[in-house]
Design a protein around this ligand. Structure first.
Ligand code: UGA
Length: 455
């Protein structure tokens, strides 16, 4: 099938590459010439494991990059995958969605039926909004010449390739059987996995095929749009819950690792997303919980549980600073080596990262911060030019002269470090591991004063 994806960000690039490698002919549209050039050269414009390999396989064969919307006229399906950043009032800014819809409308072929798919995370009601914009721009009729479908994306950064090939569910919000049939044909390669075996050399994920096929769920557009927000907010609540529990464990002398293991064995709860951290963050949970709260307040049914989870999450960032301070006492002039600036491993995304809150607080308290991240340093420095941070080329160099190491992101690089010999040049060998990711016993054996969260 002929497919167009508008927006070469995380969602658009991964979606386009997956459809292209699975046999569709896909054009990825973006205004950023650097991204288009990268895709044409067969390289991913973003850091995401295995994505360059896939793009390399299909660039200029089944995956094309363009700044022009001309291919919309030939497409069976056009995906809107543009960003929906937060506005000052926390609601989602639809300026890019509107712009994309207008351009798509101008290029629709009146002689053909097209499905326009909202894959961006968009507030409830956006399907109707996009349909109106398309009607105005094209002079065509929604439900006759084209249909708008909500099809939220659930992929995680860092695991986007795995998630796109093995989704738990494919949610399609539409009132139109015809549109659903187009979507089913489009997703057929993911539902049948017929060509997965051929891709096994490319993707280790695809070598074992023991995962359940995705559930196809058709809903109203409103439900589909809300499923996305409700899912992300629920996951955020789950993490805030276990993080708060970790604080109670610290107070009571219990271990949150054991508590989470015991809770997770209840199949109604499940063990995933019970991993302690300095708080959730990233480009999705903060913006999506903010939008959900703004909408729920606007409609007079504030989601109080979500509001509490957001507050608890912010407190968790600060709790890490408090734990450091309890150990180091005065913070003025203390040297802190920070490992990890991205909001989680295997991504270069440092937007709205918990590190930005924590590092700012440490700076405000007069600490000297040395930081390392294998992917996020350059962008972090660009986003926070006012923060006086000494960026280090290696994780080991954050330890020299440091009073404490603060492990924020559990990159495997940090877990595999030679901790036995690292830290010799520290003022004191103290580490706060906010992911409880290192082996506490070994660390102590090697002479570290080791603390985690809730253990
Ligand atoms: C999240 C959702 O998991 C995806 O399903 C969704 O598609 C995506 O948002 C989106 O809306 O686009 P993502 O933001 O990539 O994905 O990251 P997650 O893996 O969910 O992690 C979010 C934050 O929670 C990270 O800071 C992570 O370190 C933290 N986290 C996660 C924990 O602290 N503990 C956990 O147990 C899990």
């Amino acid at each position: 099938m002929n497919v167009v994806c508008v927006g070469a960000g995380y969602v658009g690039t991964v979606t386009a590459a997956a459809f292209a490698v699975l046999g569709h002919s896909v054009t990825l549209i973006d205004i950023d010439r650097n991204k288009l050039e990268a895709i044409r050269r067969g390289v991913s414009p973003i850091y995401e494991p295995y994505l360059s390999e896939i793009i390399g396989r299909c660039a200029d064969r089944s995956l094309f990059a363009d700044s022009d919307y001309g291919k919309v006229a030939e497409a069976e399906a056009v995906f809107i995958c543009v960003g929906t950043p937060s506005k000052a009032d926390s609601t989602a800014d639809l300026v890019y969605v509107r712009g994309a819809a207008e351009q798509i409308g101008k290029h629709l072929d009146p002689k053909r039926y097209t499905v326009i798919v909202n894959k961006s995370t968009v507030p409830v009601g956006t399907s109707d909004l996009v349909a109106s914009i398309l009607e105005d721009a094209s002079g065509l009729t929604h439900g006759v010449n084209f249909d708008v479908v909500s099809n939220p994306e659930f992929l995680r950064e860092g695991y986007a390739v795995e998630d796109v090939f093995y989704p738990d569910r494919i949610v399609i919000g539409t009132g139109s059987d015809r549109a659903e049939n187009v979507m089913k044909a489009l997703y057929a390669p993911l539902l049948t996995r017929a060509s997965y075996a051929e891709l096994g050399d490319l993707l280790p994920y695809l070598k074992t095929d023991d995962k359940k096929p995705p559930v196809w769920l058709r809903t109203t557009p409103q439900s589909s749009e809300l499923i996305k927000y409700a899912s992300n907010a629920f996951l955020a609540v789950k993490i805030s819950y276990i993080n708060e529990m970790a604080r109670l464990c610290d107070a009571l002398g219990a271990s949150v690792k054991e508590v989470a293991a015991g809770m997770g064995l209840d199949s109604r709860i499940g063990g995933k997303f019970l991993q302690v951290s300095s708080g959730w963050s990233g480009s999705c949970f903060p913006k999506d919980t903010a939008e959900l709260l703004a909408t729920s307040r606007k409609y007079g049914c504030e989601q109080q549980v979500v509001a509490a989870a957001v507050e608890a999450n912010f407190d968790m960032h600060l709790y890490c600073v408090q734990k450091l301070q309890a150990r180091l006492k005065t913070m003025q002039g203390k040297r802190i080596g920070v490992l990890g600036l991205t909001f989680k491993p295997n991504t270069d995304d440092v937007r709205k990262t918990q590190a930005s809150v924590i590092l700012r607080k440490l700076s405000d308290m007069g600490c000297h911060v040395k930081a390392h991240d294998p992917q996020g340093m350059e962008l972090f420095a660009k986003l926070h030019p006012d923060l006086a941070i000494e960026y280090c080329d290696t994780p080991e160099s954050t330890t020299s002269g440091a009073d404490a190491i603060l492990l924020l992101t559990d990159w495997s690089l940090y877990l595999e470090m030679d901790w036995e010999n690292a830290g010799g040049a520290m003022r004191r060998r103290y580490i706060l591991d906010t992911r409880n990711a290192l082996d506490a016993g070994r660390m102590r054996e090697w002479g570290w004063t080791y603390e985690g969260l809730g253990i």
